[in-house]
Design a protein around this ligand. Sequence first.
Ligand SMILES: Cc1cc2nc3c(=O)[nH]c(=O)nc-3n(C[C@H](O)[C@H](O)[C@H](O)COP(=O)(O)OP(=O)(O)OC[C@H]3O[C@@H](n4cnc5c(N)ncnc54)[C@H](O)[C@@H]3O)c2cc1C
Length: 279
Amino acid sequence: MATYLRPTSQSEALAALAQGRLTVLAGGTDYYPSRVGKPLSDDILDISAIASLRGIRDEGSHWRIGATTNWSELIAAGLPPLFDGLKLAARKIGGVQIQNTGTVAGNLCNASPAADGVPPLLALDARVEIADIAGSTSIALADFILGNRKTLLRRDQLLTAILVPKPAHSARSHFAKLGARKYLVVSIVMVAATLEVDAGRVRAARIAVGAASAVAQRLPLLEAALIGQSCDASLGEHARPEHLAPLAPIDDLRASREYRLDAGLTLVRRVLSQLGARA
Ligand SMILES: Cc1cc2nc3c(=O)[nH]c(=O)nc-3n(C[C@H](O)[C@H](O)[C@H](O)COP(=O)(O)OP(=O)(O)OC[C@H]3O[C@@H](n4cnc5c(N)ncnc54)[C@H](O)[C@@H]3O)c2cc1C
């Protein structure tokens, strides 16, 4: 490792990123395991000491999850039922040691197809805030992740926060993950859903499926089919195989393509029925 910078302010970090080819390090729980057996030759920018990037705040029209907020901090935060799905996903990320270190933003920047944070944040319609020395902007999470381990981020940019808009109606969310065992497992498929409900009817639905395509996908046809439906335990019955058309699962050592589609549909139905019964 040639250089290891650990600035305490965002402006110092952005100035350093603008000057060279630094690799950003947050919790390091994706970065270090991917380099086992290889020399640590990267110049590192460790962002973990930047206080302004830590924590979750209500900013009126949205919640702001700072870039160095870890999974344990998210689980402990006092947040409305809208965040239940994301918190369920957080509890399934590795074990407690990983949750204490790994960040929500790092999960998005690493852009693994099996990243458990992506479907719940897609179902929350999240945006990501990106900064460089010239300023900052925000884009939809759906546009930020381009493919397997590929994002829109340039080498001189930091993801500074995740922004979750406040829904128009009463809302809650749910998450389910299928793995070969209950904990410490890479997902075979996972499903997240958010329902906005008014007078017992679905007013908005956002459903995302992960580990069944290079990037987790929303299911727009199913989302549209749910609008106006009565919100109860039968909600899952509206999900049909054709609603999974945006998915493109692969065969790998964890599961076959067919199994992922079948299990994905079962999880979608289960998540919707459980959410419907609670709403
Ligand atoms: C034992 C173990 C179990 C795990 N289990 C799971 C699991 O069940 N589910 C799951 O989804 N993941 C799991 N992971 C992966 C990992 O813990 C998570 O993806 C975690 O959220 C990554 O966050 P981090 O802060 O450690 O990222 P880091 O390793 O620090 O960074 C990951 C990547 O993102 C970049 N990056 C990080 N933050 C920023 C930023 N703010 N701006 C720009 N670039 C940035 C880094 O340059 C790097 O390329 C596991 C890892 C381990 C070691």
